[in-house]
Design a protein around this ligand. Structure first.
Ligand SMILES: Cc1ncc(COP(=O)(O)O)c(C=O)c1O
Length: 405
């Protein structure tokens, strides 16, 4: 945690940390917002004698350091690493912590790009994987104990909670115990919840992953990723691979991410409140087969989500009785919700995962139902979000029909 040493607040709350951690004013001019440091290299006093610890931009950069301090402070970690994308973060972290022959157990509804990286890129280098329903702890224990088909030991258990896009909730504390008992590390992809709603390290996880492209950046204008840990040995290994591979975030990307992160708490409250209202509206609609939102008491993970999350987040998945035709029609009929990849920005987005974000897992056991759309509820006025959906549903009645006729 890095509020100024002189801070009068010994245990600052989340929003105070979000605004101040890693953001000391610039000493030369007093600028309240630290400048963006673009320099790739730093003048040395003598050979190998650095003036302020900075040497070369791939290794360290003051703007990236600010973001990393902020991320560590908000996730309750001792070290954070900022990467050029979420997948770059995942790639460097897996390379740091596994060796050919090792095995990873991951959710059978993991983000398609994560599965593609693990199965199709790292698989070629001898990393095995088993996708499993993470909300079924017995099934996870079996998969962890079984290891890889080549006899490889399970090194990482990898969970998204809430998961993308099936919105399953997994008990992080129980999974951490399970992983540790088997000698594995627990990785939590906290992208959907964000550090405002959920802190996996405090629940026993070893590593937190973020696509900072989403809620942390928050404005759909910067791609990035992060890893946060609270163990010096893990930090050393991940930091080394990040430096050696070079998958760092650039200064401008780090600055934009820092700026977004300052308002995370305010945004997440609004995203969550809007999504709750939209989910409750969807639940009443005859066209809808299922609303997957952990804030609904009918969601199987509702009680668990109440325990490990502050609120339930801005993401909702909806399945239609009218099947693929109905889902596609709604996805193409809104105007406040924009049909687009990604999520977590202030503007509402709509996604048809089986052909968009999760197209790469089509035909595998991770395939997403074709009657499902995913909503990322933004911070607009909730009446407008509902009105937008209402007019899209009205088109559905005449076009595809509520029952797929
Ligand atoms: C849950 C989750 N994890 C990781 C990623 C990968 O992040 P990025 O697109 O920043 O590489 C995504 C991207 O959509 C995601 O949704």
């Amino acid at each position: 945690m890095s509020l100024p040493e002189s801070s009068s607040v010994p245990t600052p709350g989340f929003n105070t940390r979000a605004v101040h951690a890693g953001q000391e004013f610039e000493p030369r001019t007093g600028a309240v917002v630290p400048p963006v440091h673009f320099s790739t290299t730093y003048a040395q006093e003598a050979i190998g004698v650095l003036r302020a610890g900075y040497e070369y931009g791939r290794g360290t950069n003051p703007t990236r350091d600010s973001l990393q301090e902020q991320l560590a402070a908000l996730e309750g970690g001792t070290a954070a690493f900022s990467f050029s994308s979420g997948l770059a973060a995942e790639d460097s972290m897996i390379r740091a912590l596994t060796r050919p022959g090792d095995h990873i157990v991951l959710g059978n509804d993991a983000y398609g790009g994560t599965y593609r990286l693990i199965a199709r890129v790292l698989g070629e280098w001898g990393i095995g994987n088993t996708p499993v329903d993470m909300s079924n702890l017995d099934a996870v224990a079996q998969a962890v104990a079984a290891g890889g088909s080549n006899g490889g030991k399970t090194r990482l258990v990898w969970v998204e909670t809430p998961s993308n896009p099936m919105m399953k909730i997994t008990d992080i504390a129980a999974l951490a115990t399970l992983a540790h008992d088997a000698g594995a590390l627990l990785v939590v992809d906290n992208t959907f919840a964000s550090p405002y709603l959920q802190n996996p390290l405090a629940l026993g996880a070893d590593i937190v992953v973020h696509s900072t492209t989403k809620y942390i950046g928050g404005h759909s204008d910067v791609v990035g990723g992060a890893i946060i840990v609270n163990d010096a040995e893990l930090a050393e290994k991940i930091g080394f691979v990040q430096f050696a591979v070079g998958a760092i975030s650039g200064p401008m990307d780090a600055f934009l991410t820092t700026r977004g992160l300052k308002t995370l708490g305010v945004r997440m409250d609004r995203h969550s409140d809007n999504a709750q209202a939209v989910a409750e509206w969807l639940l009443q609609r005859p066209e809808v087969e299922a609303v997957l939102y952990p804030g609904l008491p009918s969601h199987p993970g509702h009680e668990l989500a109440k325990k490990q999350m502050k609120k339930f987040g801005g993401m909702i998945s909806v399945q239609f009785k009218g099947g693929e035709a109905a889902a596609r029609k709604v996805a193409e009929s809104t105007s406040v919700f924009t049909l687009a990849e990604s999520l977590g920005g202030i503007e509402s987005l709509m996604n048809y995962p089986s052909e968009m974000t999760h197209a790469s897992v089509k035909g595998t056991e991770l395939a997403v139902p074709v009657n499902l759309i995913r909503l990322s509820c933004g911070i607009e006025d909730v009446e407008d979000l509902i009105a937008d959906l209402e007019q899209a549903f009205a088109q559905l009645d005449s076009a595809a029909g509520a029952s797929g006729s």
